[in-house]
Ligand binder design. Structure first.
Ligand code: ADP
Ligand code: GLC
Length: 489
């Protein structure tokens, strides 16, 4: 049972090359841990314009690779670099990937040819295995972008000497994004019209990438046990709950891990001072420096951090309704980092001018400031409407920054509710998705800060002792792979 597995991961993003969210963190970390466990893993992703050849040490690998898309053969180039022993291959195809954004233009409009771009990436990832003679046991794909690999394996490659043995695993990082496109793309995607049926790709006359992936994949998982249950319900399944339920125990939840080589206050080189659970003086320095950097008053008030994509999923519109009453009635400060929807950007970007010294914000993307906020805040708030896993609350625990979260998905699984009677717990949870619930729960956290400092200290200790390292999750993925192989037979 312990034999080495050969795994190809095909994905649309991967740290440190291209990232819009936690998907990139997962695809960046999991292969390295699997490799350390003795498995052989390669990663395939697009060569986006923003990926610098020199900085990332990309070398030309294949000068031309032909990829069949329907009756058209597209010719691309492949570059390669190695990261902690894991080969990462980049598909270079200017027509599709040489543009400023990964998925959309600066105005947040999705590129109209996304189905072709990511259908192509998916097929190129499989073709690459053939061209370099990599015979995978597992093809592991992520989200709608590459979900069709599961279908391609069964439709096209079932008797292929290189790909025919491979079992497929699909990881769903967010079921709200399904990749639903007009049927006119069927031919280019090479999906065969006989498969354009509701039990496969067809979804109200259109093609649904994620649905197709779910139907064909040998095993499907999502990124926390609670989200796995939630997506089986009409409310959070976004139309796919029946298909996930049909999958039975071939659909499971595996919590993401944290890359503690990047996110540990004891070793973090990006923050102003280092600290751990025994020596918290450094955390006080991080708070002072964060206050200074964001123009906040140097006072002893609980500082609440936000690092987030500013989109509906994250519930920051609800926080926007609660934040001014909170500022009016409580002695608190906020540090906000995010980018996304224009309205929310304008709102949070405008708060510091209206609440000088009490709210600091930076609209944009900054990995360094994300680390500073994790280290320098007392609390970290995530009022998500849904949250498949969420990474920031796990970072917060490690940084002794107590999470204030809505108990959904991975937030429910990783944050333990504060018990006022005993002082145990690692954070503050609410369940109703409302401004009122946010107001009330922030008030609870603030009163704990001022009135029960001994509970704060105990919770910080307990939070910092939590271990969400990838090793445990990687074990669960290996079991998932073995099940996929057994299912495929
Ligand atoms: P999601 O993938 O839904 O955005 P996660 O919590 O899984 O949510 O992952 C978000 C990741 O992106 C974290 O690593 C977080 O620090 C990072 N992040 C989000 N927004 C920003 C930002 N504006 N600047 C820097 N990092 C950000
Ligand atoms: C998605 C989810 C987030 C999860 C991440 C990585 O972007 O929104 O909750 O942590 O994927 O799996």
């Amino acid at each position: 049972m312990n034999e080495q597995l050969r795994i190809v991961m095909i994905a649309s993003e991967c740290v440190p090359f291209a990232k819009t969210g936690g998907l990139a963190d997962v695809v960046g970390a999991l292969p390295q841990v699997l490799r350390a466990m003795g498995h052989e893993v390669i990663v395939v992703m697009p060569k986006y314009e923003q990926i610098d050849y020199v900085r990332h040490g990309l070398n030309p690998y294949l000068d031309s690779m032909g990829v069949w898309m329907g009756n058209t053969q597209e010719w691309c180039r492949v570059h390669m670099t190695t990261r902690a022993g894991v080969p990462v291959y980049f598909i270079e195809f200017h027509e599709y990937f040489s543009r400023p954004g990964l998925y959309h233009d600066a105005a947040f409009n999705d590129y109209a040819d996304n189905p072709r771009r990511f259908g192509f990436l998916t097929r190129a990832g499989l073709q690459l295995c053939k061209d370099i003679g990599f015979r995978p046991d597992i093809v592991h794909v992520h989200d709608w972008h590459t979900a069709l690999a599961a279908a391609y394996l069964k439709i096209w490659h079932w008797d292929d000497p290189v790909l025919g043995r491979a079992a497929s695993v699909l990881t769903i990082h967010n079921i709200a994004y399904q990749g639903i496109y007009g049927a006119e793309h069927m031919d280019y995607l090479g999906l065969q019209w006989s498969n354009f049926t509701p039990d496969k790709f067809e979804d109200h006359g259109r093609i649904n990438f994620l649905k197709g992936g779910i139907q064909y994949a040998d095993m499907v998982n999502t990124v926390s046990p609670t989200y796995a249950n939630e997506t089986r319900t009409p409310e959070l399944g976004y139309g796919l709950a029946p298909y996930l339920n049909d999958k039975g125990d071939r659909y499971v939840g595996i919590l993401n891990g944290v890359d503690y080589s990047q996110w540990d206050p004891a070793t973090d080189q990006q923050i102003p001072a280092r600290y751990d659970a025994e020596r918290l003086e450094g955390k006080a320095i991080c708070k002072r420096e964060l206050q200074r950097r964001l123009g906040l008053d140097a006072v002893d008030a609980p500082l609440i951090g936000v690092v987030s994509r500013l989109v509906e999923q994250k519930g920051l519109d609800l926080l926007a309704q609660a934040i001014e009453p909170i500022l009016a009635n409580m002695h608190v400060q906020f540090a906000v980092l995010g980018s996304g929807e224009k309205e929310l950007e304008a709102y949070y970007g405008g708060l510091p001018a209206r609440y000088p010294g009490r709210v600091g914000s930076y609209i944009g993307y900054s990995d360094e400031l994300a680390h500073w906020i994790e280290a320098g805040s007392d609390f970290f708030i995530m009022p998500s409407r849904y949250e498949p896993c969420g990474l920031n609350q796990m970072y917060s625990l490690k940084y002794g920054t107590l999470p204030i979260v809505r108990g959904t998905g991975g937030l429910e699984d990783t944050v333990q509710q504060y018990d006022e009677a005993t002082g145990t717990g690692t954070g503050f949870k609410f369940y109703e998705p409302s401004a009122h619930a946010i107001y009330y729960t922030v008030g609870w956290a603030v009163s704990t800060y001022f009135d029960r400092p001994h509970h704060m200290r105990a919770m910080i200790k307990q939070a910092m002792a939590q271990d969400y390292s990838w090793e445990r999750s990687a074990d669960a993925y290996v079991q998932l792979y073995r099940r996929a192989i057994a299912v495929k037979g």
